[in-house]
Design a protein around this ligand. Structure first.
Ligand code: NAG
Ligand code: NAG
Length: 377
């Protein structure tokens, strides 16, 4: 049973990594923007040190900010929010949707997709994806995390490994690869979306929780936020008038590949219903059509069944190519890439093919026979 996790899950997002100097922050106020620079030195061996690289120069940041301004202007206009005069004063603080560090290409195709409303496939998708024929290398920025913090980060990595075929490898102090994940202690909780050379995940001390780290790793693997799916309007209403002025660009939908996986309020990649609201936390910005699910939204503590399924479809298609199951997987389950002889079941189902109800803890197995179950009641 999911319960509402009010603050910290996305509380971290308020103090996001700011890399546009002087930008004002949402909501506590201005925080000076700064990416840690620790001096880079590439030795004769040409390996890549685990140091945080400044990724985008000021001009690129400004261009990204301008694109967000364009999106904001169109959205505000569409929803009758602000006079057209001021709607370009967008307060883009360097992160989209609270925790996404995007590059100019990604910003451009967001705008393009928005303007044209074409249902084309994501052209960048291939290049954003990791090649997982070998484990994804990662490292901790030297001296940023203590052992306890590393333990929590490793828990999140391990969680992804248990749910998918994706594997990670701690490179120690040095990586020999072009593409790798760097965990560092930045100003807030953020990640780039998908593979991008030194793919940076910033984890401030307030972000060191299992679900936040697992969430950010999801972004680094290419996940956008669940509520940015194009079909989200079938399940929730965006309450535009409740969004902080200058922040509506965070509520754009993106062209994402969903592989027929259904919309999932319990996704670890879903916002809280109150994010970016004018008066957090009592004003909703996302209102679930199904009232019960309002409590579920944004409260996930681990990957949902469909989060894992999405990743497994994208990354793990070939994991079981040599093992054929005798029966089809039932109840939306699928061949488990970590155990090719059985299906990976949604909660509440069990058995090799997910055709039976799961064991309950401390209860009786009523799976095979409903009558039996009724007798015990
Ligand atoms: C927009 O700006 C123009 C000139 O700066 C001004 O005359 C006009 O009244 C403004 N409109 C609104 C709706 O604020
Ligand atoms: C992934 O890496 C493997 C091993 O390095 C390589 O053989 C394969 O071609 C790569 N796949 C893609 C799609 O680049």
């Amino acid at each position: 049973m999911l319960s509402h996790v009010p603050s910290l899950r996305y509380g971290c997002l308020w103090i996001t990594l700011l890399f546009i100097s002087g930008a004002s922050c949402y909501p506590p106020g201005p925080i000076q923007a700064r990416l840690a620079t620790r001096g880079s030195r590439v030795g004769a061996l040409q390996f890549r040190q685990g140091i945080v690289k400044e990724k985008y120069d000021n001009q690129e940041k400004r261009r990204i900010s301008n694109i967000m301004g364009e999106i904001e202007a169109i959205l505000d206009d569409k929803h009758g929010l602000r006079s057209s005069n001021d709607s370009n004063d967008v307060e883009f603080d360097g992160v989209l949707e609270g925790d996404l560090v995007i590059n100019e290409r990604q910003a451009k195709w967001m705008l393009q997709a928005f303007n044209t409303r074409q249902k084309r496939k994501l052209i960048d998708n291939e290049e954003l994806r990791w090649n997982i024929s070998t484990p994804i290398p990662y490292l901790f920025n030297p001296e940023d995390f203590n052992e306890n913090e590393k333990g929590i980060i490793r828990w999140a990595i391990n969680h992804w490994e248990q749910e998918t075929c994706i594997r990670f490898k701690d490179m120690g102090p040095v990586v020999y690869y072009t593409d790798y994940i760097l965990f560092y202690k930045g100003k807030g909780c953020s990640s780039e979306v998908g593979r991008n050379g030194q793919t940076q995940i910033s984890l401030n001390v307030i972000c060191i929780s299992k679900q936040i780290v697992a969430h950010e790793i999801g972004h680094s693997l290419g996940f956008w936020h669940e509520q940015a799916r194009q079909d989200r309007d079938d399940y929730l209403d965006v309450l535009w008038e409740n969004i902080q002025p200058g922040k509506t660009y965070n509520f754009l939908t993106h062209q994402t590949i969903t592989n027929d996986v259904p919309y999932d309020m319990s996704s670890l990649m879903h916002y809280l219903g109150t994010d970016f609201s004018k008066t957090y936390p009592d004003m909703l910005t996302l209102k679930s059509r199904d009232g019960f699910l309002q409590q579920v939204m944004g409260g996930a503590e681990k990957l949902s069944f469909y989060d894992a399924k999405t990743a497994n479809i994208e990354y793990c298609k070939d994991s079981c190519r040599n093992t054929k199951l005798r029966r089809p997987c039932e109840h939306d389950s699928y061949q488990d890439p970590n155990d090719c002889y059985s299906c990976k079941c949604p909660e509440g189902f069990g058995g090799t093919y997910c055709n039976t109800a799961a064991f309950s803890v401390g209860g009786a197995d009523f799976a095979a026979d409903d009558r039996h179950h009724m007798q015990w009641r």
